[in-house]
Design a protein around this ligand. Structure first.
Ligand SMILES: Cc1cc2nc3c(=O)[nH]c(=O)nc-3n(C[C@H](O)[C@H](O)[C@H](O)COP(=O)(O)OP(=O)(O)OC[C@H]3O[C@@H](n4cnc5c(N)ncnc54)[C@H](O)[C@@H]3O)c2cc1C
Length: 309
């Protein structure tokens, strides 16, 4: 997928999740030369979702992988170009924007940052050491390695409970460890998880250490109300405790909120003329596919206006 270094595009999109893909569709249909830069798998975080049931038009639900494969196919059909590379910084040269990447520099008149977020880490002993050896951040990717074994899921939000439910296909027992007394996940997910005989819950509990030899064997736990310590034997631990915005490469260029999200107005414009942001990366995003796709469309429309004015 080699591209001409220093090739000029009208718009460069950073990030190939639903926000970037939808921006790419609108830009290519507007006949603007557009390059989408993606550092991992085109599709973004939603490729981890076995079944998306809240994106309109799919009454039976659709896998996140298939949904974004279709989005990419649709945008590519209208002329969107894709580059597999990591954007490392954006430089301003007059009205031009230089996007520096691991595959060279690319020039654009407008940039849409749609780089989403990544899973937060627990930051405990054993987490780094056993990543890929029982510690995972993606049940869809790694669940099948735990056939008929006991695994833990850490977290209480939508992503954690979705993962726990997905894991019932493989694991013999799933223990959801949550530091509070109640889940934050949406009611329909809670109902499914509570009705699932393979899923148990450990409330008011945190994981303090992950132990093992070559692979994960046990978790050291602490009850946050009683202070009582315990151990839990598991073969795997799926960590789903929130997300970190992928904005390291725009620090110092774009204003960010305290959590690192990009601040935009309702046109998805940032403080820098010609740089837009869309999707989960935005301050106050509801972090859903439909919102990301909507943001991408809005950013594309206002990027087009800024170029054609
Ligand atoms: C397990 C799980 C289940 C979910 N289920 C649902 C659901 O059922 N319904 C729903 O609406 N939402 C769901 N979500 C949330 C949904 O996935 C996100 O809201 C959505 O993907 C956000 O899209 P985005 O395009 O803003 O960002 P992302 O999907 O995060 O995409 C950003 C992309 O940018 C890339 N990137 C980051 N930095 C760089 C860089 N420097 N250079 C190049 N590329 C970069 C990343 O690799 C990534 O592909 C789920 C999320 C998870 C994790």
């Amino acid at each position: 997928m080699a591209k001409d270094i220093n090739k000029q595009y009208e718009v460069i999109i950073i990030g190939g999740g639903p926000a970037g893909l939808s921006a790419g569709l609108y830009l290519s249909r507007a006949r603007l030369s557009s390059l989408l830069i993606e550092k991992g798998l085109v599709g973004g975080q939603i490729v981890n979702a076995e079944r998306v049931e809240n994106y309109p038009g799919f009454p039976e639900g659709v896998s996140g992988l298939e949904l974004t494969r279709l989005m990419h196919e649709q945008a590519t059909k209208f002329g969107l170009e894709t580059l597999l590379a990591e954007a490392t910084s954006i430089e301003l040269r007059g009205e031009q924007k230089i996007v520096k990447t691991t595959e060279g520099d690319f020039i654009a008149r407008a940039v849409i940052v749609a780089s989403g977020s990544e899973r937060s880490k627990l930051g405990i002993r054993g987490e780094k050491e056993f990543t890929g050896k029982g510690v995972s951040y993606c049940a869809t990717c790694d669940g099948a390695f735990f056939q008929e074994q006991a695994v833990a899921v850490v977290g209480g939000g939508n992503a954690a409970i979705t993962e726990a439910i997905d894991l019932t296909k493989f694991a013999s027992r799933i223990i959801v460890i949550h530091r509070r007394q109640q889940l934050r996940a949406t009611r329909i997910l809670q109902e499914r998880a509570f009705a699932e005989p393979k899923i148990d819950f450990l409330w008011d509990t945190v994981v303090e250490e992950i132990e093992g030899e070559d692979v994960v064997k046990r978790l050291k736990l602490r009850n946050v109300t009683s202070g009582e310590k315990s151990a839990l034997d598991v073969a795997g631990i799926f960590i789903s405790v929130g997300f970190q915005p992928n904005t390291a490469f725009v620090k110092g260029v774009l204003p960010l909120d305290t959590a690192g999200h990009i601040i935009t107005n309702e046109k998805m414009e940032t403080e820098i003329p010609g740089i837009f942001a869309a999707g989960d990366i935005r301050k106050n995003s509801i972090q859903q596919v439909i919102a990301a796709a909507g943001d991408g469309a809005t950013a594309a429309i206002y990027a087009e206006k800024s170029i054609r004015k």
